[in-house]
Design a protein around this ligand. Structure first.
Ligand SMILES: Cc1ncc(COP(=O)(O)O)c(C=O)c1O
Length: 374
């Protein structure tokens, strides 16, 4: 298996090297500080983690079920704690999809399943979202993509980069179509909790016995540095297979990350943190939306969820050139070019990153960059 670099990662590496002064592209809510958790941490905790559960500490798995799979279909035994959503996606795909299998992936969508499908050597079938229909997915398209060789359907819900939400009835229909051929449905649900114009969708693990929900504390809680996420699946074979691969990559668990995540997901703390992230997100998205409305060269379907959206550029603009000019002096502002998703005439704009993103400064710089374009 050989993994190639993808455009989004190249852009991110450039952005971290350049240290921009403002960012219009981050997708996570403001991050708390370690100090916010210290009082609740067990200071006598041993740093010998070799005897700890390979599935994740029980209290954390209980909190994950309470906050991310509340319907009662899944239990803490159906949870595997991982190094973020990214590792959960990696483990599930690498163990369940073999060379020659078919995988269907929503597009535009998260790059990771595309990169991994290519590395594994499986047959990648894009399921295209329709921009003219606010980036929705069409189930008729899915029907025509599924075959007896379909092993997995991967969707990012809420979607990165468009913020589109696939709702429960569509999720049930996706499960029905997948069920006919015994395919897994992997839903990357990392943006759950940040819905604006839609209700929070039911996790796929609650709707389908071969549904795999992946997520983490990275986005709505701004805790990406903990590298703590999970997969939830009722199929014990999936969890077992993932543990086997994980043991051969990072071996034992990141128990400190788990301990902090367990505190962050305690009911009162979780609802308070979510309420703050939602208030900030709604206010900042309204600001970005008003900005876009004033610029004839920009248009978008305002995201239904999450802190990022996919903005279409006027015909004089190219996403790569715009992002490059914006990142360079004097603007020094980060935005993700749409080419990272295969859409060169789009740019991903977002309001994440908390105060450090300097949203208002970023918008001033974007305006200056666009004004000077000609
Ligand atoms: C859709 C999606 N999945 C996964 C990830 C990685 O998240 P985590 O920090 O939970 O690994 C991201 C990060 O941007 C993302 O946008």
């Amino acid at each position: 298996m050989y993994t190639k670099i993808h455009k989004l990662f190249e852009v991110l590496m450039d952005a971290t090297r350049t240290q921009p002064e403002a960012a219009l592209g981050w997708s996570s809510a403001a991050s708390p500080r370690l100090a916010d958790f210290v009082a609740d941490l067990d200071h006598s905790m041993s740093l010998d983690w070799s005897g700890q559960s390979f599935q994740g500490i029980t209290a954390l798995r209980e909190n994950i079920i309470r906050t991310h799979s509340p319907a009662g279909a899944c239990t803490p035994d159906d949870v595997l704690v991982t190094a973020g959503t990214a590792e959960a996606n990696f483990l599930a795909m690498c163990q369940l999809v073999q060379p020659g299998d078919e995988i269907i992936v929503d597009t535009p969508g998260w790059q990771q399943p595309v990169v991994l499908a290519q590395a594994i050597g499986c047959v990648l079938k894009p399921w295209h979202r329709h921009e003219s229909r606010a980036w929705s997915l069409d189930l008729n398209d899915l029907e025509s993509l599924v075959t007896p060789r379909t092993r997995m359907i991967f969707i990012c819900n809420p979607n990165n980069p468009t913020g589109r939400v696939t709702l429960d009835q569509e999720l049930r229909d996706i499960a029905t179509i997948a069920g006919r051929v015994g395919a897994y449905v992997l839903c990357d649900e990392v943006y759950a909790g940040l819905e604006w114009a839609a209700s929070r969708p039911t996790p796929i693990c609650d709707l389908y016995e071969r549904g795999i929900s992946t997520s983490s504390v990275s986005k709505a809680l701004g805790l990406q540095g903990l590298r703590t996420g999970w997969m939830i699946c009722r199929d014990a074979h999936v969890i077992r297979e993932a543990i086997v691969l994980r043991e051969n990559t990072s071996e034992i668990m990141n128990v400190l990350g788990e301990a902090v995540a367990e505190i962050a997901l305690r009911p009162a703390r979780y609802s308070q943190a979510l309420a703050t992230a939602r208030a900030d997100g709604a206010r900042n998205l309204a600001l970005l939306d008003s900005f876009i409305a004033t610029r004839p060269e920009l248009s978008w379907h305002k995201p239904q969820a999450g802190l990022i959206g996919f903005c279409k550029l006027g015909s004089d603009l190219d996403g790569d050139a715009l992002a490059a000019r914006l990142l360079a002096a004097p603007h020094r502002t980060f935005a993700m070019p749409g080419s990272a998703y295969g859409f060169p005439r789009h740019v991903r704009l977002g309001v994440g990153g908390g105060a450090a993103a300097n949203l208002e400064l970023g918008l001033e710089r974007l305006a200056a960059c666009l004004d000077a374009w000609a």
